[in-house]
Design a protein around this ligand. Structure first.
Ligand SMILES: Cc1ncc(COP(=O)(O)O)c(C=O)c1O
Length: 442
């Protein structure tokens, strides 16, 4: 099964019944959108890396909230407001439990991008003097270094470049090896006593490669740096226990893990969140306000200014409940099998080149597989696959530097989730095998 070394330490391992075709067929009934034809073919949705489909229970939870409990949270003393607050906070507890965090350690955001920017802006505000003595530890300046990696999504890259530019710190990155994994020898040279932040993805959204979080956390800690985990492509697909992994911060998006759009989460160790200066200011995040100044609530409310995404949080809670019921070890195992079938199948097609680790590399990866069809632009590949009902992502997938490293400007990416089947993989492989013929490429 697919559980990384560091996950093995993080999550208790126990025997499980692997998912099978019959059970996945039953699960698929919870996703009515999958039961349709696209361009005269059954829809094969292999774009869950961009956004996942949602089971009925997710939008029913949102609808039920609107039908029975809609009100602003943490404000009015009336019955509906209390009920809305309870459901909002229950959802927080559910998401916190799902990722192995405490309730006060989960801050709602719009998505992972906002969560990562929240950290970066909070550090900027501390650098500008906000937050008083407690926030001194987040100050950055010339001589300090922020380290990311060469395989980051832009959401875990640009906020750090900009933070460096705002504070005078230096931005550096860990490069990739020829095998398209993180170069850990280089990492040991790049992360030094000057490093204040080490930001890295758990799973590459392009390559599906699973990084060694334990090693990166140990490296960051050895120099006293804060570690920031982009868990966007791991929280939906692998068992995750953020406290056990020991990261200081993490970010993930609801919409990639069966939840609604418009909701994501920032994880931060409670002690850090309480000391960090807020990023957005306004209602619902203060203790007292005078005409001169304001005092702020502890986390998570200090980071949740204004009226929140209440129904979306409730939907997110339902999504993680659904995943928990299926079991994340089983999800990871199922996707690993689909990913391996895609890797093997694509690798054996003439004129198709896998991008990233070679098929036989043994590198740990999820059900996300990037590839190139020789002589055909990825956009044309994507359109042809769509004509066969197969939905994949094309482009640079918000990871332009990684594509430059791979020597291509764009790629085609198939990404599986728990509702995909072996028949979906066959449909992908059949369609890809016809691409070159269709475009007349010899
Ligand atoms: C690895 C990774 N990080 C960050 C993001 C940004 O997520 P969002 O667009 O939901 O903020 C994505 C989305 O594709 C991603 O795959």
């Amino acid at each position: 099964m697919l559980v990384s070394q560091n996950q093995a330490e993080a999550a208790p391992q126990h025997a499980f019944d692997p998912l099978n075709d019959a059970e996945v067929a039953r699960l698929r009934a919870d996703f009515p959108i999958l039961d349709q034809e696209v361009n005269g073919h059954p829809l094969v949705y292999l774009d869950s890396g961009a956004t996942s489909q949602k089971p009925e229970c997710v939008w029913e939870a949102e609808q039920h909230f609107y039908e029975t409990a809609n009100a602003a949270v943490h404000r009015g003393a009336h019955t509906l407001a209390v009920e809305a607050t309870d459901r909002f906070e229950d959802a927080r507890s559910a998401v916190a439990r799902f990722v192995g965090a405490g309730e006060r350690e989960i801050v709602w955001t719009s998505n992972a991008t906002e969560a990562l920017n929240l950290i970066a802006y909070s550090f900027s505000n501390a650098t500008g003097g906000a937050g008083g003595p407690e926030a001194e530890r987040f100050r950055l300046g010339p001589g300090d270094e922020i380290v990311a990696t060469g395989m980051e999504h832009h959401a875990n890259l640009i906020p750090w470049q900009e933070l460096a530019a705002r504070t005078g710190a230096t931005f550096r990155w860990i490069p990739l090896t020829a095998a398209a994994t993180l170069d850990m020898d280089a990492a040991r040279q790049i992360v030094t006593e000057r490093t204040r932040i080490v930001a890295f993805t758990h799973v590459s959204n392009v390559l599906g490669v699973v990084n060694d979080v334990a090693a990166l956390v140990a490296l960051g800690r050895s120099v006293g740096a804060y570690t920031v985990l982009d868990a966007c492509q791991s929280a939906p697909h692998l068992p995750l226990n953020l406290r056990a992994l020991g990261v200081d911060f993490a970010a993930f998006s609801g919409h990639k893990m069966l939840g609604p759009t418009g909701i994501g989460a920032l994880y931060g160790r409670a002690e850090l969140l309480d000391a960090m200066p807020p990023f957005l200011f306004g209602g619902s995040m203060i203790t007292t306000v005078t005409m001169e100044k304001a005092e702020y609530l502890p986390a998570p409310q200090r980071f949740e200014a204004g009226t929140q995404r209440i129904a979306q949080a409730v939907g997110f809670g339902a999504a993680v409940g659904y995943l928990e019921e299926v079991g994340m070890e089983r999800v990871a195992d199922w996707e690993h099998r689909l990913g391996a079938a895609m890797v093997q199948g694509l690798d054996s097609l003439p004129g198709v080149r896998l991008l990233g680790p070679a098929a036989d590399s043994g590198v740990e990866r999820t059900g996300t597989v990037p590839f190139a069809v020789e002589g055909v632009h990825p956009h044309d590949v994507g359109q042809f696959l769509d004509s066969r009902g197969v939905a994949v992502r094309v482009g640079h997938h918000c990871a332009e530097p990684l594509h430059r490293f791979l020597g291509v400007s764009a790629s085609t990416r198939a990404s599986a989730y728990l509702y995909n089947t072996a028949a979906d993989v066959d449909a992908l492989l059949n369609a890809v095998s016809d691409v070159r013929g269709f475009f007349g490429v010899k």
